[in-house]
Design a protein around this ligand. Structure first.
Ligand SMILES: [Mg+2]
Length: 323
C-alpha cells in the first residue's frame, strides 16, 4: 500500500474523533489546528506516551490502549483542576491494521466525548507500536491546582481505591492469581480502563491547596507533592480506601502495600487546609465523588505510614513499569 493510501485510511478513523467543540475553528486535516481559547483563561498542556513493552504488554487490546492513551493525559489535566478541551495524537504503527484502528478510535472517541475533548490533529508513522497524546485544558486564571501549595496541618485525601490497577497489572502478567472471577475482572479493568477524575479536579479549585495524580504509586507521588510543598506527610494505613475486590484477592496487609506502592491508579491525591474542611465536607455531601481522608501534611520531610503495629515501611521502588 502506498503512503497516501495509508494516510486516507488513518484519516478516516481520526478525522472527527471525540467531541464536536464550537471553539475548534480548524481541526484535523490542515497543517495545524486553530482553536479559540475563552478570554480570562489559562491553558494547561500535558503529554504522555504509551510504548509497547514499557507501558503496556504486547497482547494489550486496541480498546484498552485507545482508552488509556487519553485517560492518562486526562488524569494529568484533572490533577491541575482544568477542563480538558483539545487533543493531539501521534501514532507509530508497525502496519495498517484496520480492525485495530477501528477499535482504538472507538475507545478513544468514547472517552473523549465523555470529557468533551476534540481531537484537533496528529500524525502517524510506521514503526514499533507507540502512542503519544498531547492534551490541552482550560482553567480560570490563577485557579489551577499545583503540587506546591500544601502546608503542614492540611488534610490529605485520595479518590477511588488505589492499588486495584497494580493488582490488575499483576493479574495480566500472571504474577497474581485470584480465584473469584468477578474480583479478577474488576481489578483487571482498573488497570486496562482507568477512570480519570476530571469532575473531582474541577470541583477542587479553590478547595485543595495541592494536587497530584497517582501514576507511580500513592506513597511515591505523595512524596513528590510533599517535596514540592516543602513538607512531609503522615498517613493512617487503616484509613486507606482498599476495594473489596483487592481485599478479597490479596488480604488486608498486601492490599495496603498495593495501595501505597502500586501505580497506574490515575486517582487524585490532594490536600485541603483545615479551614476549608467544612467546605470539603459539603462538597462530598453534594456528590463530589469517592474521596477518602488518609492523613495529614506535617512539617518534617518524608512520608510515614502508621498502622496499629507502628510505622509501616513501604518501598518507593515498588513500581517499576515492566523492567
Ligand atoms: Mg501526573
Amino acid at each position: 500500500m502506498n503512503a497516501s493510501g495509508e494516510f486516507d485510511i488513518i484519516a478516516r478513523y481520526f478525522a472527527r474523533l471525540g467531541a464536536n467543540r464550537a471553539d475548534v475553528r480548524l481541526g484535523v486535516g490542515d497543517d495545524a489546528a486553530i482553536v479559540m481559547p475563552p478570554p480570562s483563561r489559562e491553558l494547561v498542556i500535558t503529554t504522555d506516551s504509551l510504548v509497547e513493552g514499557v507501558h503496556f504488554l504486547p497482547n494489550a487490546s486496541a480498546t484498552s490502549l485507545g482508552h488509556r492513551a487519553f485517560a492518562v493525559n486526562l488524569s494529568d489535566v484533572a490533577a491541575m483542576g482544568a477542563e480538558p478541551a483539545w487533543a493531539l495524537l501521534s501514532l507509530t504503527l508497525p502496519r495498517i491494521d484496520e480492525p485495530w484502528l477501528a477499535e482504538f478510535a472507538r475507545a478513544a472517541g468514547d472517552l473523549c466525548r465523555r470529557h468533551d475533548v476534540a481531537l484537533v490533529g496528529g500524525n502517524t508513522t510506521r514503526g514499533p507500536l507507540s502512542i503519544t497524546v498531547t492534551l490541552t485544558g482550560i482553567v480560570p486564571i490563577g485557579m489551577a491546582l499545583e503540587r506546591r501549595g500544601g502546608q503542614p496541618g492540611d488534610a490529605v485525601f485520595v479518590t477511588g481505591s488505589p492499588g486495584d490497577a497494580a493488582a490488575g497489572l499483576a493479574l495480566e502478567q500472571g504474577r497474581l492469581h485470584v480465584t473469584d472471577p468477578m474480583s479478577a475482572q474488576i481489578l483487571r479493568d482498573r488497570f486496562l480502563f482507568p477512570t480519570p477524575r476530571c469532575d473531582v479536579g474541577i470541583a477542587l479549585r479553590g478547595l485543595a491547596s495541592a494536587c497530584i495524580d497517582v501514576s507511580d504509586g500513592l506513597g511515591g507521588d505523595l512524596e513528590k507533592l510533599c517535596a514540592a510543598s516543602g513538607c512531609g506527610a503522615e498517613l493512617d494505613a487503616t484509613s486507606l480506601p482498599v476495594s473489596e475486590a483487592l481485599l478479597g484477592a490479596v488480604g488486608r496487609e498486601l492490599a495496603r502495600e498495593y495501595a501505597l506502592t502500586g501505580g497506574e491508579d490515575y486517582e487524585l491525591l490532594f490536600t485541603v487546609p483545615l479551614a476549608r474542611l467544612g467546605a470539603m465536607t459539603h462538597a462530598i455531601a453534594r456528590g463530589l465523588g469517592p474521596v477518602t481522608r488518609i492523613g495529614s501534611l506535617v512539617a518534617h520531610a518524608g512520608v510515614r505510614v502508621f498502622s496499629r503495629s507502628g510505622v509501616m515501611q513501604f518501598s518507593r521502588a515498588g513500581f517499576d513499569h515492566f523492567v
